[in-house]
Design a protein around this ligand. Sequence first.
Ligand SMILES: Cc1cc2nc3c(=O)[nH]c(=O)nc-3n(C[C@H](O)[C@H](O)[C@H](O)COP(=O)(O)OP(=O)(O)OC[C@H]3O[C@@H](n4cnc5c(N)ncnc54)[C@H](O)[C@@H]3O)c2cc1C
Length: 465
Amino acid sequence: MSMSRTKRGSERLVVIGGDAAGMSAASQARRLKGPDELEIVAFDRGHFTSYSACGIPYWVGGDVAERDQLIARTPEEHRARGIDLRMRTEVTEIDVAGGRVRARDVDSGAESWTSYDKLVIATGARPFRPDLPGVDAPGVHGVQTLDDGQALLDTLARTRGRRAVVVGAGYIGVEMAEALIRRGYEVTVVNRGKEPMSTLDPDMGRLVHEAMEGMGITMVDDAEVTKVLTDDGGRVRAVATQDAEYPADVVVLGIGVHPETALARAAGLPLGVHGGLLTDLAMRVRGHENIWAGGDCVEVLDLVSGQLRHIALGTHANKHGQIIGTNVGGGYATFPGVVGTAVSKVCDLEIARTGLREKDAHRVGLRFVAVTIESTSRAGYYPDPSSMTVKMLAERRTGRLLGVQIVGREGAGKRVDIAAVALTAGMTVEQMTALDLGYAPPFSPVWDPVLVAARKAAKAVDQLA
Ligand SMILES: Cc1cc2nc3c(=O)[nH]c(=O)nc-3n(C[C@H](O)[C@H](O)[C@H](O)COP(=O)(O)OP(=O)(O)OC[C@H]3O[C@@H](n4cnc5c(N)ncnc54)[C@H](O)[C@@H]3O)c2cc1C
């Protein structure tokens, strides 16, 4: 086994993971320090770097024509910028005391140690894959990587039947339901929760359920998948729950992820209750001066509840990478935390949320009011206004905004960003009613739906004061 050492006089940064967080960190560090000052070695066990998994549903659905459109920067482009990128190379051990990592060439099996002065862990998240009979049968697919997306597209091209079952009704499940509808499949979504989109309160999830049924999707809630049934050739033919069977020519799993921290755990690095790495504000692993971590493998501070959470989103991973790269490169940057904003869509239905749900607020002992309003995306007299429902939570007595959920058609989803800013600023719902938002009939009613909700919430807070 060989051991690679730094060139004399320069430091070596080693990055584990070549996607959003890892390569943002490496690229930013390279911008700040040239190759004479900082050698950068990055490892990824897969085939691709800097790719958008977020785009997979739109590639599978046909909105994006080519896989390569989802790749922001190839390994060759990173190498041309002075990053020694080692693809198909898996880091199998971090030796914290020795300041080195052990890596294995996935194809040849050859192993070597590489020393580091600074280390970035950006290993992402691993999708849940339930340990069920038949789950590894041909025709059952995850959608975590570009290889997964290609494998699913290959199956869709080969499959004559037109029945698809999606297991899971989080945002990846609902986005994949849309992709399969667009490919001409009859889609059934089997979901363990009482309603789809458990990141919403159930009353808002019900709106998603109804809208998806209106699109011709069969929604099966409150159901636990017990096995994947196969035909004589061993290929998937149905998904079984405790009380029914759903015929399937293809099955897509979208049941969530957990932080990929096996390496970090084995190395004795600090993990939180959700299994993610714990960092300080500069994204430095707690208690380790020369190790940083970011993206889907870390826990983040929820600025509204004050608690640590694991939220696997590309928007955070890119920011973490940028911050880590700045700090590794000799600058200073911090990541204060998140307010829990997310937006997604299924066909023409837009779904958005930020802040706390009712159950989150209860969990942290907050007393609150919750109001729901119906409004439209445009002035009522302007052509094609679409409807939307806005739910808002505010703290009793103080009136502090706690959370917003929006379900509606075109123009609904990104309105959640108004609430994300208000949450970050710690505004009360009363203060929100005076926000100077843009208005013209094609863009909103004279009172924007978010302001209508804020007015109703402010009134409810007043009545209970
Ligand atoms: C279908 C889908 C849709 C999504 N849509 C959205 C969206 O709309 N909005 C949003 O914000 N987010 C979305 N996401 C989430 C987003 O893609 C992730 O949050 C983001 O990719 C996380 O980046 P990361 O760098 O932390 O981890 P990853 O992208 O998971 O990258 C980790 C990398 O580390 C490598 N690796 C892991 N362990 C090792 C090891 N031991 N040795 C070498 N290499 C290793 C892996 O091969 C991988 O390339 C979506 C995800 C999926 C799957």
